[in-house]
Design a protein around this ligand. Sequence first.
Ligand code: SAH
Ligand code: SF4
Length: 356
Amino acid sequence: MTVAPRNRHDRFLELFPKEPAFRLRQIEKAYFTSSMTGWESVTTLSKDMRTVLEREIPWISCKAVTTLSSNRGDTHKVVLEGYDGQLYESVLMANMRNQWTICVSSQIGCAMGCTFCATGTMGLKRNLSSDEIADQYRFWRAFLTERPELPQRISNVVFMGMGEPLVNLENVKAAIHTWLQNTDLGPTRITVSTVGVLPVLEEILKDPLWPPVRIAISLHSPEEESRRKIVPTTAPHFHTRLAKWTHDYQEVHGNRRHHVTFEYTLISGVNDNAEEAKRLVQFVRKTSAVKVNVIPLNPVSGKAFTASSRQGIEDFKTVLLNAGINVTERKTMGQDIAAACGQLALTVKSGGKVVG
Ligand code: SAH
Ligand code: SF4
């Protein structure tokens, strides 16, 4: 078995134990500076140090295997290879501001087994290291720098790629702090999407180092029994505990900018009828979540589920809107390259263009 390399900070300190602390900050900055493309370009470091670093610490923790672009050019997906040869995916999507949102992975595969999600069928291979998570931003930064004809700004990051971020908490937290310190991303431009791992949600309320990012809870059903059929990890009393958690969260962060959103993937005949919409209204009213984001189901091969019809989606949204609940619908992007939500399972679809 390949042993996970210690993170690059620790490795640097092993190599150069006497270096002042600012040296690490200087290196972190260099990692996130577009004009720096390798150790040789960090000329603020001595030549001798650069030679050692070149040999001992890879400039970036991942290698691109395949890069695909959707036919519309608004979504790009990369298959990356980690330190042990295992593969994971990362997605770059155009957003409404004509800027980019990165959809990052936090794990290779996922142990949660949600029945409608392609990543869930892979099982969990391993956690991504903090460097592997943080470097998905650096990969896409370099991708855009090489394509000056495209908009350049990465304005948002969402943890909606492969994996469940809350079961890789320390690495997810470290990657978020790295971005907050070294990029222009503010905490409200970063969204952690979770299946709702209650003990960890409860833990982050007490964690002074948890960054004030946005949280999206994948709800998918207003009731425990029916949720468990599609989200098998649903804990006993899930909805009651989640409702309480949203109030505690509001108390700790006390600010609408740090709001909680519910995500609700609409699956035909499973969770999309008018009764369910009404029960969802009742549940949302017991919480302090400020928004429901409905996601039309993206097809996943080998799964019997189908997306709700356009009319079905509209009807569902109307019930919520009429009850005064703020509803948004996620725009489906990148289906032709299997890059849409829930489709990340290392399949390289024939649509789109291979660009690298
Ligand atoms: N594990 C986290 C984050 C990754 S999944 C979570 O579950 O929230 C990101 C989002 O994609 C989640 O809201 C998830 O429910 C949704 N999703 C999974 N499979 C999907 C599919 N086939 N179609 C649409 N959305 C899907
Ligand atoms: Fe894992 Fe999220 Fe997919 Fe569920 S939806 S299997 S938690 S990645």
